[in-house]
Design a protein around this ligand. Structure first.
Ligand code: NAD
Ligand code: GLY
Length: 361
């Protein structure tokens, strides 16, 4: 059974398909790719696993394929790699009648989406997310971009795909630490707006860790529904969409300070969510027992909860770079109980410093 979640954004609306064995479903691709030429952008790890399979599906529906294989890793989410995509497109005489297909995790998805947004001022693209993190978060909602040496995701564009095809079968080859990293973003939805999903995750975390496909499908569907709701009400992040950044101001600082790729994005976000919960608890907005429940679910997902060695000054400098900073004031997404998050600058700075100085949570 394939579930479809529609994301309603007027002319930019699109479906998210969640199911199994979708890579061989030519009808699905035909429905959303009208161009004859298709550039499949993927990376060195994913191409030996899935490129042949998807290429056959495209050939069966008479598409002409340009495979573009990028180096693997967060450290390559940059201008040089983006340029490799433009080079290949131009060498293959691509014009506006090309569709890009992002076959990969969040790195491939973000960079391919940005290439699609900018190549010849915008061409069609679809997302085929292959990690849990990309199925529940990065492939949905149209944030595309690359990192700058001085800050995560600093260069980018809002650009929506024509559809998202989340094939849970692809998660069979995903390494365990990347399954955990994806769970950080899954837990995020429970924390920011969906208490009953949080409770469901508490009950089912062991089965999810064992990759029970029914549980994984439900986790992806609930996450995508939550994300679709938020993006529908605030596509360009003027207000409410910012809550999707729970833990990210801390987490992005960790990723930038340690060098991209040292900590997985989801790992850094898991720690960031614990830090946000700790500050919320100090503010009296989260009960001690709720803070413990949050930590315990993150630990059960096999995620780290303690940050690497970063000085308070470096943390603060990097957190200042966050896109939510206004008039030099760091805005943070914090918890008001489990299932409710707020974007606020109305926290006690000394309490923030306590959180940044804490080595063990
Ligand atoms: P990733 O893209 O680096 O993928 C993780 C690793 O798993 C890579 O080594 C990849 O090659 C490998 N891999 C992918 N699919 C696989 C499969 N099915 N089997 C085996 N190996 C597989 O990391 P990610 O966690 O998917 O994404 C993180 C990125 O997403 C970060 O750059 C982050 O900033 C971005 N992100 C973007 C948004 C957004 O809204 N655009 C949201 C969240 C995160
Ligand atoms: N991952 C944050 C967002 O899509 O807004």
């Amino acid at each position: 059974m394939t579930e479809t979640i529609n994301i309603n954004l007027g002319k930019r609306s699109y479906p998210i398909y969640v199911g199994e064995h979708l890579l061989t479903n030519g009808d699905l691709f035909e429905k959303h790719i009208s161009n004859k030429k298709v550039a499949i952008v993927t990376n060195e790890t994913i191409s030996p696993l899935y490129l042949q399979k998807i290429s056959k599906t495209f050939k069966d529906i008479n598409k002409e394929i340009i495979p573009i294989i990028l180096p693997d890793g967060e450290a390559f989410k940059n201008f040089e790699t983006l340029n490799l995509i433009y080079d290949e497109l131009l060498k293959n005489r691509a014009n506006r009648q090309i569709s890009l297909v992002a076959l990969g995790g969040g790195v491939v998805g973000d960079i391919t989406g940005f290439a699609a947004a900018t190549f010849m001022r915008g061409v069609d693209f679809i997302q085929i997310p292959t990690t849990l993190l990309s199925q529940v978060d990065s492939s949905v909602g149209g944030k595309t971009g690359i990192n700058h040496q001085l800050g995560k995701n600093m260069i980018g564009a809002f650009y929506q795909p024509k559809c998202v095809i989340a094939d849970i079968s692809l998660l069979a080859t995903l390494p365990d630490n990347h399954l955990s990293a994806g769970l950080a973003e899954v837990i995020k939805y429970g924390l920011i707006r969906d208490f009953s999903f949080f409770e469901w995750l508490e009950k089912n975390i062991n089965g999810i860790m064992k990759r029970d496909s029914k549980l994984l499908i439900n986790a992806v569907i609930c996450s995508c529904k939550n994300k679709a709701d938020i993006v529908e009400s605030d596509e360009f992040e003027s207000n409410i969409r910012a809550i999707l950044n729970l833990g990210h101001t801390f987490g992005h600082a960790i990723e930038t300070a340690t060098g991209y790729g040292k900590w997985l994005h989801g790992e850094a976000i898991g720690i960031g969510m614990v830090m946000a919960a700790h500050l919320s608890e100090q503010m009296g907005w989260l009960k001690k027992e709720e803070y413990q429940r949050i930590k315990s679910l993150i630990v059960s997902s096999n995620l780290p909860i303690n940050p690497p060695e970063i000085s308070k000054k470096d943390f603060l400098d990097l957190m200042q770079l966050d896109k939510k900073t206004k008039d030099d004031q760091i805005n943070l997404v914090l918890q008001q109980g489990i299932g409710k998050a707020i974007l606020t600058s109305d926290y006690d700075e000394e309490k923030l410093h306590n959180t940044l100085l804490k080595k063990s949570f």
